[in-house]
Design a protein around this ligand. Structure first.
Ligand SMILES: NC(=O)c1ccc[n+]([C@@H]2O[C@H](COP(=O)([O-])OP(=O)(O)OC[C@H]3O[C@@H](n4cnc5c(N)ncnc54)[C@H](O)[C@@H]3O)[C@@H](O)[C@H]2O)c1
Length: 375
């Protein structure tokens, strides 16, 4: 399938590169509000640079990859649908549930597919954990925790402003990975109770090239609370960009027959720890799985698995085979409502009951991956 990229910022290189991992799409064109940025990417990756309007009306393109900032997601997705094209978007699907519903309605009306990141839950760690749960390794999951704590994004991203505006913050920006992983593992969420806080009203950029500039914080930088799932599991969460250091694990699940610790769902692999009742932890490594095999170096020169693009490639395969993609609109709309519900519940100091739901995405087997992998 021929695809076009809209938004040529920080994450775009990952998407240009992933056409070398998956075998069912080719990027032929790119666009950005800033045409110079689009031209630079076009030159680097040997594709055409177009204006956003020209790319949307390019009849050689069947699908748009939306890599713009969160506040532009809805507009780009809606315009893609109006242009008769499928769209795979970076997260979050939109700024709020109402925008998400608008996208949902139009995609059904146009009979076009919408998919949305994150797709990291399709990685080796997420799929291995899912298999372990389905094999009843720790029994029915009844309780759990997830923790995202750091001191924010202003020390590494060249343009970190959007992280502190509505549509981002620790839940919309990172919680999205954890919520999607948990729905993959134990199903949809029924209700939320939450509180929020903002430790400082301004952040000072320490990354280059804008070091020293101030950012006004316009969305809470700490959110804490509890999620109740349809299977009655209760998961406590702590999402904050106001913490310098901590020693919590990312995700812990407690079942009737044991416990499981799951690695950071922003990544594709990492050891899982499983213990049966009070027995010692057993390490479950998944580096030998297709989407766990290290294929790149991170900022610390450590080999890591990064297979971003699997959600897009799976969606293209699903379009070609008339099936539901794993990163489907029901899942991303539900996750969007959960994220907004955490903020609304905290603001209103009331339990937020979800209106949306979704199915657990279908498990991704190694044989499914082999069909769409180049290597
Ligand atoms: N940077 C990361 O590591 C990372 C990782 C995962 C997901 N994401 C997600 O990817 C998206 C983009 O992140 P980023 O870090 O690349 O941001 P960025 O600010 O580096 O790039 C965004 C680009 O989109 C362009 N843009 C904005 N509005 C537009 C519009 N209406 N039409 C066309 N172009 C437009 C901007 O000019 C900019 O070049 C965000 O939703 C983010 O949550 C980023």
């Amino acid at each position: 399938m021929h695809v076009g990229i809209i938004g040529c910022g920080n994450i775009s290189e990952t998407y240009f590169n992933c056409q070398n991992i998956y075998n069912n799409f080719t990027v032929i064109s790119c666009a950005d509000l800033d045409i110079d940025i689009a031209k630079k990417s076009a030159e680097k990756f040997n594709v055409k640079a177009q204006s956003v309007e020209d790319l949307l009306s390019n009849s050689d393109i069947d699908l748009i990859i939306n890599l713009t900032v969160p506040s532009a997601h809805k507009e780009v997705i809606i315009n893609s649908l109006k242009a008769g094209k499928h769209c795979f978007s970076e997260k979050p699907l939109a700024m709020n549930f109402d925008e998400g519903k608008e996208i949902y309605e139009l995609s059904k009306q146009k009979n076009l597919y919408i998919g949305c990141a994150p797709d990291t839950f399709l990685g080796a760690a997420g799929q291995k954990a899912r298999q372990l749960l389905e094999n009843d390794e720790i029994g029915e999951v009844v309780l759990g925790t997830f923790n995202i704590m750091s001191h924010g994004m202003e020390d590494w991203h060249p343009n970190p402003d959007f992280f502190f505006k509505p549509g981002a913050g620790p839940v919309f920006d990172l919680g999205v990975y954890y919520l999607t992983q948990l729905i993959n593992l134990i199903g949809p969420i029924k209700s939320i109770s939450s509180i929020s806080g903002t430790a400082t009203p301004e952040r000072i950029i320490t990354s280059q090239p804008r070091s020293g500039e101030k950012i006004k914080v316009e969305t809470p930088t700490t959110l804490m609370g509890t999620l109740e799932f349809y299977n009655n599991a209760k998961i406590q969460f702590f999402c904050s960009w106001d913490v310098w250091k901590h020693k919590h694990s990312e995700i812990e699940l407690y079942g009737l027959g044991g416990s499981m610790i799951i690695p950071d769902p922003n990544f594709f692999s990492g050891n899982i720890l499983v213990s049966k009742k009070e027995k010692d932890w057993q390490v479950v490594n998944n580096d030998k799985m297709l989407l766990g095999n290290p294929n790149t170096l991170d900022n610390n020169n450590t080999e890591v698995a990064n297979y971003r693009g699997i959600g897009l490639s799976d969606m293209i395969d699903s379009i070609q085979n008339s099936r539901t993609p794993r990163c489907n609109i029901d899942l991303s709309l539900h996750v969007l409502e959960v994220m907004e519900g955490i903020l609304i519940g905290a603001e209103n100091k009331k339990i937020y009951n979800l209106k949306s739901t979704c199915n657990q995405p279908k498990i991704l087997l190694e044989e499914d991956i082999k069909k769409i992998l180049f290597i």
